[in-house]
Ligand binder design. Structure first.
Ligand SMILES: [Zn+2]
Length: 403
């Protein structure tokens, strides 16, 4: 029987998380990753030479990857293993059609992503996966970005103002102590920063410094070789938003944290949701911080999918309440609903998955309920306490999930 307590302290990503017991072997300290031969890194390449280089590099990375994919033992013990990490890759993979057909049909968002991926080949995809490029920005933000100051949001800072304003507003709106919550961005351009890559490979994936350096060099080579990576600015690398409850990792205290990925926001902006996406996504992640503070993440159910669904639907309701409340973001419900329709369709379609967020219909029902509470409060201008809100939500939950 799985302990529902496991839900606590994990990262709440927008996309489904999974809680599989990890069985992969640990990288032995004696094992190391050899340097990529200099001729692989810097060479006047003709075509056949390039193909040869890539197959050698590929072999090396495959050898490495199977051993380090799940993170170091310390990472896994904290529930930070790669398997509890960003399964948003499923969305990317779905778009790239490398997974079996899923119940999620194409949406405007996935069509946008497909367009963004039109210049990716199976080779560029494989190298991105093998070097863990897809997840390095996430784990870098998770472990090392521990300060709200000096953050910018969006690859050119295009969301900074709106995100900062909303964060300040959410802290005022909700009655939980919130000064300790760190809000940080997730940028793909950290792939250009050798020291950050090395740190992530050593601390999170448990590599020796030498091996980490060699892999960081491989990434630099790949970024030079494949323009489609856009020097890390491609949305594939940052397509998520996360909330983390503070924890001690390898002797260091990680704060309560919200992480917003550039790529995730960029997609909604491309679809014309610039006015609402940063607010709505942040409101949802802030709701997870409320749940951490009120200690209401755990529930009696032993079914992880059901437990996760409860937590996510509650976050959707909190977000909708804030977005439509006259003293909150005070947005028109029609506009909120337009956004949520796209947002929820993008979610996970694996309804039995332990990281399940609820079906799009259930999520919309939860949001509508939150909106109606806000409408009722409109007249007297009252903001409900976060605890009262949670209690009312618990009572409503069976109705929200009923078919
Ligand atoms: Zn969530």
């Amino acid at each position: 029987m799985t302990n529902p307590k496991k839900l606590k302290r994990i990262i709440f990503g927008f996309f489904a998380l999974s809680f599989m017991i990890l069985t992969s072997c640990e990288l032995e300290p004696s094992e190391k990753i050899d340097p990529i031969a200099p001729e692989l890194l810097y060479t006047e390449r003709n075509e056949s030479q390039t193909i040869q280089d890539f197959s050698k590099l590929g072999e090396l990375l495959i050898r490495t990857n199977s051993r380090l994919k799940n993170g170091s033992e310390s990472a896994r013990m904290k529930g930070l293993g790669a398997n509890s990490g960003p399964n948003y890759l499923e969305i990317v993979e779905r778009v790239l059609q490398v997974v079996n057909p899923s119940p999620c049909g194409p949406t405007d968002y996935t069509e946008w992503l497909e367009e963004e991926n039109s210049d990716w080949s199976s080779v560029s995809r494989n190298f991105a996966e093998l070097t863990l490029m897809y997840v390095l920005p996430t784990y870098n933000a998770l472990l090392f970005e521990n300060n709200t100051r000096d953050q910018y949001f969006g690859k050119d800072g295009e969301f900074t103002q709106s995100v900062n304003k909303t964060f300040k507003d959410l802290k005022r709106f909700w009655d939980i102590p919130s000064n300790d919550i760190v809000l940080t961005a997730m940028h793909g351009n950290i792939l250009l920063e050798r020291e950050k890559l090395i740190r992530t490979y050593t601390d999170f994936f448990g590599l020796s410094p030498e091996s980490a350096e060699n892999l960081a060099d491989a990434i630099s080579f790949l970024l030079e070789t494949f323009p489609e990576y856009r020097n890390g600015d491609h949305p594939n690398f940052t397509l998520n938003a996360l909330a983390l409850e503070g924890l001690n990792f390898m002797g260091e205290d990680l704060p309560n944290k919200i992480i917003l990925g550039d790529g995730f926001l960029e997609g909604f902006a491309a679809l014309g949701f610039n006015d609402i996406a940063p607010k709505a996504i942040l409101a949802h992640e802030f709701a997870h911080q409320i749940q951490f503070k009120l200690n209401i993440v755990d529930s009696p159910t032993t079914d992880l999918a059901e437990a996760s669904r409860r937590v996510e639907l509650m976050a959707d309701a909190y977000a909708a309440y804030y977005l439509s409340h006259a003293r909150g973001a005070s947005m028109q419900w029609k506009r909120v609903q337009q956004f949520l329709e796209v947002f929820f369709l993008l979610g996970d379609c694996e309804f039995g998955d332990p990281g399940h967020h609820g079906t799009p219909l259930q999520r919309m029902a939860a949001a509508k309920w939150g909106n109606q509470l806000a409408e009722k409060a409109r007249k007297q201008g009252h903001i409900m306490s976060s605890k009262k809100f949670a209690d009312l939500f618990e009572a409503q939950l069976p109705i929200i999930v009923s078919p």
